[in-house]
Ligand binder design. Structure first.
Ligand SMILES: *Cc1c(COP(=O)(O)O)cnc(C)c1O
Length: 433
């Protein structure tokens, strides 16, 4: 399989190049040159397959020329070594819980697969990867946890001082080893600017490979299709409707990729909070990015979704074709709170604010299609949003085990002003550039 930059389709590059570059120099995103069709034998075996088994067979189609089966198998086993849970919540409604990984949010799927790909490629040729990540909270934690101990990669995480939760700060600053946290006296936008300037400002002379690990890396996108096979494969003869809580639309693009590869899905619901640019696009056909608005489902506070071009590209920009497969749904914070409350009192199930958005999107569809089999995605453990959740349900829930040991560890972070020259000095000294 070859990969291309969606701004500039030639020349095509390998999976390895697409992964290690992350983004093209003109800021274009990489996509596979075609979406592979999975075989009928694969779909026959699907209901019995585990997630690592599914991952291995699907990823083989994307990496065949570049990874030996044994190596790819190890990557998949290592990346997806935590549970994936599909549960019935109510009648024909199911939840796919994507929050049983080490940082209790769905970004673990993409981050861990990507980290294993980096390990594999850099072990093969002894390159040192220096991975710069600007984070407003969750992404940095998932990347840090995924790369911890991958010795060929240094991860440098920039986060805005005082603007992440204390749990998030612990996830970023207490791991040590190959993970360095830089606490920037500024905003998330400052962090992002420092990272961007480093890519254009520093000539690494080939001594290190400077790269980023943001959500647009193709090695984070591809694994976000694997769990759709798992879930739809377990619906028996029913073809599910799937509701996806969305921000940058990587998760939803993963679903569309699985569908295009032959997975039976009736409809995909693009569920958002008040940041509704994609539901509006589905309604009107015009895409109008805006400033994002802060909500209680804050991992979805995105006003200009980074995967939109990829998503629309799969449909060749045809709005009608998009709407034949994807419907939009959006809601307010007040509706999210009310939904968490009512689902808890009716079924006992505790939703986090992101999962609640998806659950509502699914309910709205199922009201009009009562025979449908529905799956909504729960992308974060509700304990990560205990303040909001407990104010709706009346009780706090315990943190998942993977997050507990963090409390009480020593914080280590380099405090920095939001001036690029300071950041560049730091990198030059550290890597002798
Ligand atoms: C990142 C994130 C989302 C949004 O996923 P996208 O792929 O950006 O659409 C939803 N929920 C949670 C908890 C997240 O961390």
């Amino acid at each position: 399989m070859k990969y291309y930059n969606i701004n500039n389709p030639d020349p095509k590059i390998s999976f390895r190049e697409a992964v290690t570059r992350g983004i093209a120099s003109d800021k274009g995103l990489y996509m596979p040159e075609r979406l592979p069709g999975m075989s009928s034998s694969f779909f026959r075996r699907l209901p019995q397959m585990s997630l690592p088994e599914i991952a291995f067979e699907v990823a083989t189609e994307y990496t065949r020329e570049e990874m030996a089966p044994r190596d790819l198998k190890k990557i998949c086993d290592e990346a997806f070594s935590f549970p994936l849970v599909l549960k019935q919540t109510d009648g024909k409604k199911h939840v796919l819980e994507l929050f049983h990984g080490p940082t209790a949010a769905f970004k673990d799927f993409g981050a861990r697969f990507m980290a294993q790909c980096f390990r594999y490629f850099s072990d093969a040729d002894n390159t040192k990867n220096v991975i710069l990540v600007a984070t407003s909270g969750d992404t940095g934690g998932a990347i840090a946890s995924a790369f911890l101990g991958v010795s060929s990669c240094d991860v440098i995480i920039l986060y805005p001082s005082g603007k992440v939760s204390s749990l998030q700060e612990q996830q970023l600053t207490t791991l040590g080893q190959n993970i360095t946290a830089i606490e920037v006296r500024g905003t998330f936008d400052d962090c992002q600017r420092l990272v961007k300037e480093a890519f254009t400002g520093i000539d690494t002379k080939g001594q290190i490979n400077l790269t980023s690990a943001n959500s647009i890396n193709i090695a984070r996108l591809i694994p976000q299709s694997f769990y759709y096979y798992y879930a739809a494969g377990r619906c028996g003869n029913n073809t599910p409707v799937i509701s996806i809580p969305s921000g940058n639309f990587g998760n939803l693009t993963g679903a569309v990729m699985a569908w295009r590869s032959g997975l039976k899905i009736t409809r995909i619901i693009a569920s958002t909070n008040i940041n509704r640019v994609v539901p509006d696009y589905l309604m009107t056909g015009s895409f109008c990015p805006r400033e994002s608005v802060q909500t209680i489902a804050n991992a979805m506070d995105v006003g200009n979704p980074s995967n939109f071009d990829r998503l629309i590209g799969i449909f060749k920009g045809d709005h009608h074709a998009v709407t034949r497969m994807i419907s939009g749904f959006w809601c307010t914070d007040e509706q999210i709170r009310e939904h968490i409350r009512s689902v808890f009192s009716n079924t006992g199930y505790v939703l986090d604010p992101h999962g609640a958005v998806a659950s509502m999107g699914l309910d709205t569809y199922m009201k009009d299609h009562p025979g449908a089999t529905g799956i909504f995605l729960a992308t974060a453990h509700p304990a990560k949003f205990n303040d909001v959740v407990s104010s709706c349900t009346g009780e706090r829930i315990n943190l998942p085990e993977s997050l507990v040991p963090l409390t009480g560890r020593k914080k280590e972070a380099i405090l920095m002003e939001p001036q690029y020259s300071q950041f560049e000095d730091y990198l030059r000294k550290r890597y002798d550039l």
